[in-house]
Design a protein around this ligand. Structure first.
Ligand SMILES: Nc1nc2c(ncn2[C@@H]2O[C@H](COP(=O)(O)OP(=O)(O)OP(=O)(O)O)[C@@H](O)[C@H]2O)c(=O)[nH]1
Length: 324
């Protein structure tokens, strides 16, 4: 087992002014959609975001940025918050419309929401800031826990990273980008493989010279806990995980990985071996500028409750699962 991980030779630190003004890269476009060694079947579809909704959205975004590009989410005016709420509603409406527009009736595996989603994930509308770091002894070993804050004018969340070993300045660092699953990780649900994947990843980085697990609060592939329960209810009635999302008016995948490049850069991780079974996650991360050198599978044995779910992930979402 590794000793408690460090980002480099740093001591744990409190947020400095520099930390609190460092940000993600602004309004960039996909820096790279090249996906060497990984099969990609991104499909094109477009959506135009116009009129008052767009104005409100950009107003809210711009009010979150100083001239120097830094974040000041806590100083939003009431007007900005109102704009943000209207923009939030507009975006939700757009997503529903889009989900209806693209919902395919065939079972062909495809990138969830296609190229537009990959580009949106890469577009860089939000700000990520480092907040603080502490030691975190766990059942899987000793880690350092780094906390960040992300805000895009509509929503905020607080990504955390569990780090083991010395990763600063390294290439090919094993990294897992893991999305929250309260049902399995907190409540012990056997409907999915999320908790086991998290455990496997934490053990892996302890046993293989270090690495990082970036944990993002994007419950239910970004649709939220209550909506995921609604999706589960539809799956209880026979729909699969993809059909259930569409039936609720959501895209197949509503997650955003915009903060990941900033977090890796902040930790001076130069390139990663991504721990995932999802080839599209590799595409998305590359589209945001993350240097993904390769993939480490995170496969766990199926159980009687999640077998159908894992089969749907393999057949509907192209997940590379050999344990079925
Ligand atoms: N909407 C929805 N979300 C689910 C369902 N089951 C699990 N999740 C969420 O799915 C997310 C994990 O995504 P997965 O599709 O399992 O895997 P992935 O992250 O794309 O790929 P891996 O890196 O291989 O784990 C977590 O946020 C879970 O809360 C479901 O049936 N419906």
């Amino acid at each position: 087992m590794l000793s408690e991980g460090v980002i480099g030779d740093d001591e744990p630190r409190e947020p400095s002014n520099q930390d609190l003004t460092s940000t993600t890269g602004g309004l960039g476009v996909a820096s790279s959609l090249a996906c060497a060694g990984v099969e990609s079947s991104l499909h094109l579809f477009g959506g135009v975001f116009v009129g008052k909704a767009a104005e409100a959205y950009w107003t809210a975004i711009l009010q979150l940025r100083r001239g120097d590009g830094s974040c000041f989410e806590d100083s939003q005016t009431g007007a900005a918050r109102g704009d943000a709420r209207r923009a939030d509603g507009a975006i939700r409406g757009l997503k529903r419309k889009r989900a209806g527009a693209v919902a395919p009736s065939d079972a062909t595996p495809r990138a969830p929401e296609g190229r537009a989603a990959a580009q949106a994930k890469a577009a860089g509308h939000g700000c990520t800031t480092f907040v603080s770091e502490c030691s975190l002894p766990t059942e899987k070993g000793n880690f350092r826990l780094r906390a960040y804050r992300y805000a895009d004018g509509v929503k905020t969340h607080e990504p955390v990273v569990m780090v083991a070993g010395n990763v600063r300045g390294r290439e090919n660092v094993p990294v897992r980008v893991h999305d929250q699953c309260q049902t399995s990780e907190v409540l012990g649900s056997k409907r999915c493989d999320c908790r086991e994947q998290l455990d496997l990843s934490l053990r892996y980085i302890q046993e293989h010279g270090g690495g990082a697990v970036i944990y993002l609060a994007q419950e239910g592939r970004g649709i939220g806990l209550a909506n995921k329960v609604a999706a589960y209810a539809l799956q209880d009635d026979g729909l699969d995980t993809v059909e259930a999302n569409r039936q609720l008016g959501f895209g197949d995948d509503e997650r955003s990985y915009e903060c990941v490049e900033f977090i890796l850069g902040d930790m001076e991780i130069k390139s990663v071996q991504l721990m995932t079974n999802n080839p599209f996650k590799i595409d998305w991360l590359r589209a945001t500028g993350v240097k993904v050198e390769g993939r480490i599978p995170v496969e766990v044995p199926a159980n009687e409750h999640n077998h159908g779910y894992l089969e749907a992930k393999a057949s509907r979402m192209s997940h590379l699962i050999n344990t079925l």
